[in-house]
Ligand binder design. Structure first.
Ligand SMILES: *Cc1c(COP(=O)(O)O)cnc(C)c1O
Length: 426
């Protein structure tokens, strides 16, 4: 069971909304830091640990700065993401570039920052050498193919476009060594939103065994193993979060069994966790604007799937609560929807909720809080249908509120168009 909490009560929200009208995201700094410290404590059983926060989960430099202060680095896969990590003060090998179909310009940018380049394909060894030069340290991404069972979101590894095959991996390290690369790392990423601890433990075992094989077959000593991201969060109240201590205790056992006898201790353990770092500590706050009663009963929000796409994209469940009505009986069944001209723009379908007051009837609508939106939320926003994406607020540890991204304006929407030029066109 995971309790669904929200750090602000209705009066506090009313006050915030006077200055920052809904919809907005709000992130809880204190909760994020406490979570990060729990993770670091659990991984302290290894000689060294670093999480490279997957920037795509929450690409805001204020958040990255909080994480950097806790010793986390970044996992980037584009030039703008590298810039965000740099803006947050992250440096050198704290940054990983785990990209694919990478343009030369991105390799060059990563080299300039001294970031760890994680190669996605055998052919990119030569490509990187030609376009940016080979750095001292290189990581390789492994795709286990049919050796590893898939998971629901990311699919089967053998159908995934990422990484080297096992054969290519051995050849790759040998080639890199030949070309003068001195330091080596190993990476995989085979799951997304996976709550099963055994799945992640299996992944670690697989990589540990592989590091031994690489030592034997390629004569290359891996200095750190990056277990990737993909740890799930309990979006549904009846689901249970992964217990970090239990997870690392079993991984430590595998470390002792596999790496130590092979002479691969000390081995750095890295992760690229994104969702589990910020997901549960961010909420999308909207207001109920309209009510509609046809074949079903609808509550229309001032937010839409342009602000949070997961329900429409994956049919993902996001818990919803109504501030001030936390303990009210769930007497109604609603589809909670946004304003996009797409019928899958629904935050919740046939959801049991308390009776919701809407602005069109009562002048001021209830707040509607959408939970677990702190990762892959605002980041996936888009402008389809001329929708402007909402802003982001940070609830500081002292209880104050800082706006860390303003809402988009019409000017932002038109910024890429030559609106003067169009007057003279035809
Ligand atoms: C998306 C991604 C992550 C982060 O995944 P989460 O599910 O947010 O933990 C890490 N590494 C790579 C390569 C990714 O593509």
């Amino acid at each position: 069971m995971s309790e669904k909490t929200f750090p602000l009560d209705k009066p506090a929200l009313e006050k915030i909304a006077q200055k920052y009208p809904t919809p907005f995201y709000v992130y809880d700094e204190k909760a994020i830091i406490e979570n990060v410290r729990r993770i670091k404590a659990a991984f302290s059983v290894f000689p060294s640990y670093k999480n490279h926060f997957a920037v795509k989960a929450l690409p805001n430099p204020y958040i990255l700065k909080i994480l950097a202060a806790e010793g986390f680095g970044a996992d980037c896969s584009s030039y703008p993401e590298l810039l965000l990590a740099e803006m947050a003060g992250m440096k050198g090998e704290d940054i990983m570039l785990t990209s694919n179909e990478t343009p030369a310009s991105e390799y060059r940018a990563a080299r300039k920052l001294g970031a760890v380049i994680n190669q996605d394909d055998f052919s990119h060894i030569e490509y990187l050498e030609k376009t940016a030069g080979l750095p001292e340290l290189i990581s390789i991404r492994y795709n286990p193919g049919p050796l590893k069972e898939g998971n629901a979101i990311i699919g089967k590894p053998e159908e995934a476009k990422y990484g080297f095959t096992r054969e290519q991996l051995i050849k790759g390290y040998s080639l890199l060594k030949e070309k003068g690369v001195k330091r080596f790392a190993l990476h995989t990423m085979v799951a997304s939103n996976e709550l099963s601890a055994p799945y992640h433990i299996e992944t670690a075992r697989m990589l540990f065994e592989l590091a031994v094989e690489i030592k034997e077959k390629a004569g290359v000593r891996i200095e750190f193993i990056n277990l990737g991201g993909g740890v799930g969060i309990p979006y549904k109240p009846e689901q249970t979060a992964v217990n970090y201590q239990d997870l690392t205790a079993v991984i430590q056992k595998a470390y002792n069994e596999i790496l130590k006898p092979a002479g691969l201790d000390p081995m750095g353990i890295h992760t690229e966790w994104g969702r589990v770092i910020t997901g549960p500590y961010g909420w999308l706050v909207a207001r109920a604007a309209h009510k509609k009663e046809i074949y079903r009963n609808y509550i229309g929000l001032d937010a839409c799937m342009a602000d949070l796409m997961r329900p429409a994209l994956y049919g993902a469940y996001h818990h919803i609560t109504i501030p001030g009505k936390e303990t009210a009986p769930l007497t109604e069944v609603y589809d909670v929807v946004g304003s996009l001209c797409e019928n899958n723009d629904k935050f919740a379908i046939q959801r049991k909720l308390p009776k919701i007051d809407v602005a069109s009837e009562n002048g001021i609508g209830d707040f509607v809080v959408i939970h677990d939106a702190g990762a892959h939320g605002r980041a996936m926003g888009f402008n389809y249908n001329g929708k402007l994406r909402c802003g982001e607020l940070l609830l500081r540890q002292d209880g104050s509120i800082v706006q860390i991204r303003r809402p988009e304006t019409v000017e932002d929407y038109f910024a890429t168009l030559d609106t003067a030029g169009v007057k003279d066109f035809r």
